[in-house]
Structure formats: structure tokens, C-alpha cells
Ligand binder design. Structure first.
Ligand code: COA
Length: 419
């Protein structure tokens, strides 16, 4: 099987989620990823949220497949020497330590360039260099608040109208995906110039990049004073900031979450329904409302908007005796963009996702097999094979040998707790 990133050696100095998600993806595509972890404890996610005592947690196994693990105390002199050797023989170093940690360890960008001018240093931080919050340590939800997601997600009135966090890892894994693009870009750049470079993505920027349409809306609001696709329009007043829009479509197509049969007891008995402007006639046909096709109150998106919630209520009434799957099966025949709200349980057991490799079962030396999310990127010439995550220090000796250490030297490094 062709693995395009084969031969690229990556020092994976990452932990928790943002960095590991990036290096895991590069490992799936063939890169040789060596995770460097603190002796004794390793990545904190090995022991966080464990479901089996003393066994690496799913938090770790699901973000570190296809990697090797080397334990190394990089605060000791011998540990620093090993890391120096690795830098000299690797292509990329990825890290997501707190601000300044790598410098304090003695590995400034200047020092790394001295050791290997071809090295690509890729970093995740909460905020970008020079930002007035650059000294802050950041986790997922902090980034969602700082990047605009929280202020624009959730409800604008009622009991739960405070800013809301998304369950999707917009701050962590999303930043890692941005970083992967940056690394591959720098790698291609290096083929042209022969030089490495520093690649940095801040979690705030990565979240903001996904909130691009909300910044679009802020500027429209500043100019117009209203946002016609938001549920507040036209009956409620707008303030001077983009409001939270509940489950509104967010783009040019109004949409909403609609109840289906069983919603009273099943928290996910819902579908998302989208009213595409040009697909109004099929919607009328699907609902058995042919008269709406010519009724001036309904013929244009603008005409529909003042009573869009009534339209959604009519659709809800139509599907109240249908399961979410039955409802989607009806609407799909009319080319209406819609989908059932799927639970994690349903996704985990989804045959199509298993077949495509989006959900894979992976063996693990200690926990037995577990399920993980496979590559969301599909290629015609590459089928990423997801392997189990390494145990802590599983590849320490093998990596040290590859760096030229003798068996006696390796023994001494273990005895001194350097590795
Ligand atoms: N050997 C010796 N020391 C090691 C080591 C190793 N193998 N690996 C890490 N360390 C040290 C670091 O050098 C650092 O030491 P110092 O602070 O004395 O200089 C120390 O461990 C702590 O590192 P830090 O990254 O600050 O850990 P933390 O647990 O306090 O903070 C985060 C965790 C995630 C908040 C922080 O790393 C961060 O803000 N990262 C950037 C943003 C990010 O990626 N956040 C999301 C993660 S999903």
C-alpha cells in the first residue's frame, strides 16, 4: 500500500488532544511518529477518564494510534542529548506545551535551527505569538470562548441563554488539523528551499477560522441592523453583536431541528430540516401542501421568513407519527437536505461508517480491542490502516538503538531514569 508520508520522521512532543490529533493523522498517512513522553507517567490522557483500571484510557488510545512511544526526561542533561540527536535526524518536531516550556527546556527555535536547519517546528498554543494573552495556558473550552464559538452558539432567550460550548473539539482537534496542513505546507516548502521553518497555530485562530461566517454576520449586522436568516428576525430587536441563533441554518438556507415520533422519551428523535430556496416546490409536494407553491406568503424566501417557525411547525406536525429515519426516507425522495440526529451509540454501530473505515476496531495489547474514529479523509490510492496506540515507553530501546546507543548505555539510561 502506498503511504505517501513514509520516510518523514516526526518527533511527537505533544500531549492531551490538539497536538496528538495532528500527529496521529500524519502517522495514518505513513509518517514515522515517535511520541516523547515523561518517564513514569507519560501523556496525562493515559490515566485520565479511565474505564479499565491501570490500562491506558480511551482518551489516549483514540488519539495516539500508529505511533511509537519513547520515554525521555528532557530536563536531564542526558535526556537533552538524546533529544538533540533526534532533532538532528528528524524532519518535524510537533509540540503543544504551555507557553515558553520548550524554551525553558533549552530548545529555542534558534537552537533547533542550529541543530538542524531543515527542521520544521510545529507548535500549538492557546493564543498567537505577540497576542496580549500569549502567556495563557489553554484548554478546549477556553479556546471556544476566545475564538467566538461560545458567544454565537446556543439560545438567545429563556433559561439556558448563556454562551454555549460545542461538543465538537473546535479548539483541540480542529487546531491539530490546521497544524497538519501547516506542517505539510512547510514540508513542501522545504523541498523548494532546503530550509525548515516554524509553523504555529493558535487555538483561538483555529476556532475563529471556523467562525468565519459569524464574523461575516457581525459586519452585515453593523451595516444593516438585522440578520434576516436568524430566528430573531423579523419579530425581535437585534443588539449590536451577532446573537446566538439556536438551531437556525446560519447560511442562506433556513433550517431547524424538528421533533419526530418518540421525542418525549428519546433525546435524539429529531431530524434537521433545511428549506433550500430553490427547492420550495418539492417541499410543498412532500408535505402535501401544493397550495403553498403559489401562495404569495410562501413563494419567496423573503416572504417565508416572517413565518418560518410556522412552516417548521407544519413540518413537525407532518412527521409527528414518523420516526426520524422514516421522515428522512420521505424527504430524501424530494431531494431535501436533511438528516436524522444521530447519537454516539448509533454512529458507533453504523454499518456504512464501519465499511468506509470511518469507525474502526483496533487491537490493543492490554485493553483488548476498542473502537476509534478512523481517517475522515479518503484516498483512491491509500487506505489508512489504524493500529493500536503504543504502551508507555514501548519503543524506547528501539529508538535509542537507532540513535546509536549501545545496550550498556541504554541500561544505564534506564537505571538513571532518563528514559
Ligand atoms: N521531560 C521533562 N519535562 C517535561 C517533559 C518531559 N518529557 N514533557 C513535558 N515536560 C515539562 C515541560 O517542560 C513543562 O515544564 P516547565 O513548565 O517547568 O517549563 C511542564 O512539563 C509542564 O508542561 P505544560 O505544557 O505547561 O503542562 P500543563 O499540564 O501545565 O498544561 C496545557 C497543559 C494543555 C494547558 C498546556 O500545555 C498548554 O496550554 N498547551 C498549549 C495549548 C494546548 O495545546 N492546549 C490544548 C491541549 S488539548
Amino acid at each position: 500500500m502506498n503511504k505517501p508520508l513514509q520516510g518523514i520522521r516526526i518527533i511527537d512532543f505533544t500531549h492531551v488532544q490538539a497536538g496528538p490529533a495532528c500527529t496521529q493523522m500524519l502517522a495514518w498517512f505513513g509518517a514515522d511518529v515517535i511520541k516523547v513522553e515523561r518517564p513514569g507517567s507519560g501523556d496525562v490522557t493515559r490515566s485520565q477518564l479511565r474505564d479499565i483500571p491501570d490500562v491506558d484510557a480511551l482518551y489516549f488510545t483514540m488519539l495516539n494510534s500508529n505511533k511509537k512511544s519513547l520515554t525521555l526526561d528532557t530536563k536531564t542533561q542526558a535526556g537533552k542529548e538524546i533529544l538533540e540527536k533526534m532533532i538532528k535526524t528528524s524532519d518535524v518536531m510537533v509540540e503543544n506545551f504551555g507557553p515558553g516550556a520548550l524554551d525553558r527546556m533549552g530548545f529555542t527555535w534558534e537552537r533547533i535551527q542550529e541543530l538542524n536547519p531543515k527542521m520544521i517546528l510545529a507548535s500549538v498554543k492557546g493564543f498567537s505569538d505577540g497576542h496580549h494573552y500569549e502567556d495563557l495556558k489553554v484548554y478546549e473550552n477556553v479556546a471556544q470562548c476566545a475564538g467566538g464559538a461560545a458567544s454565537t452558539t446556543g439560545w438567545w432567550k429563556g433559561e439556558h441563554s448563556e454562551p454555549t460550548i460545542s461538543a465538537a473539539a473546535l479548539g483541540d482537534s480542529n487546531t491539530g488539523m490546521h497544524l497538519a496542513i501547516g506542517i505539510l505546507t512547510a514540508y513542501i516548502g522545504r523541498q523548494q528551499t532546503g530550509r525548515g521553518q516554524k509553523v504555529a497555530v493558535s487555538m483561538q485562530d483555529a476556532v475563529l477560522n471556523l467562525c468565519r461566517v459569524k464574523m461575516r454576520d457581525q459586519q452585515r449586522l453593523d451595516r444593516l441592523g438585522y440578520l434576516e436568516e436568524y430566528p430573531q428576525y423579523p419579530h425581535e430587536a437585534f443588539g449590536d453583536v451577532v446573537p446566538r441563533g439556536g438551531n437556525a441554518g446560519g447560511g442562506g438556507q433556513p433550517g431547524w431541528i424538528l421533533k419526530c415520533k418518540g421525542w418525549e422519551t428519546d433525546p435524539n428523535a429529531y431530524i434537521y430540516f433545511t428549506v433550500q430556496g430553490h427547492a420550495w416546490a418539492p417541499i410543498c409536494d412532500a408535505l402535501g401542501k401544493p397550495e403553498w407553491k403559489t401562495d404569495p406568503n410562501y413563494t419567496t424566501p423573503k416572504a417565508r421568513q416572517p413565518h418560518i417557525m410556522d412552516i417548521f411547525a407544519t413540518i413537525e406536525d407532518f412527521i409527528k407519527d414518523k420516526t426520524k429515519y422514516e421522515a428522512v426516507d420521505i424527504f430524501r425522495k424530494y431531494d431535501i437536505p436533511c438528516a436524522p440526529v444521530l447519537s454516539m451509540k448509533e454512529l458507533l454501530n453504523d454499518e456504512s461508517l464501519r465499511k468506509s473505515g470511518s469507525i474502526v476496531e483496533v487491537p490493543h495489547k492490554e485493553r483488548g480491542s476498542y473502537f476509534t474514529v478512523g481517517s475522515p479523509i479518503k484516498f483512491s490510492d491509500l487506505k489508512p490502516e489504524v493500529t493500536g496506540s503504543p504502551l508507555l515507553g514501548e519503543n524506547t530501546d528501539e529508538v535509542l538503538e537507532s540513535l546509536g546507543y549501545s545496550q550498556d548505555q541504554i541500561k544505564a539510561l534506564h537505571a538513571d531514569k532518563v528514559v
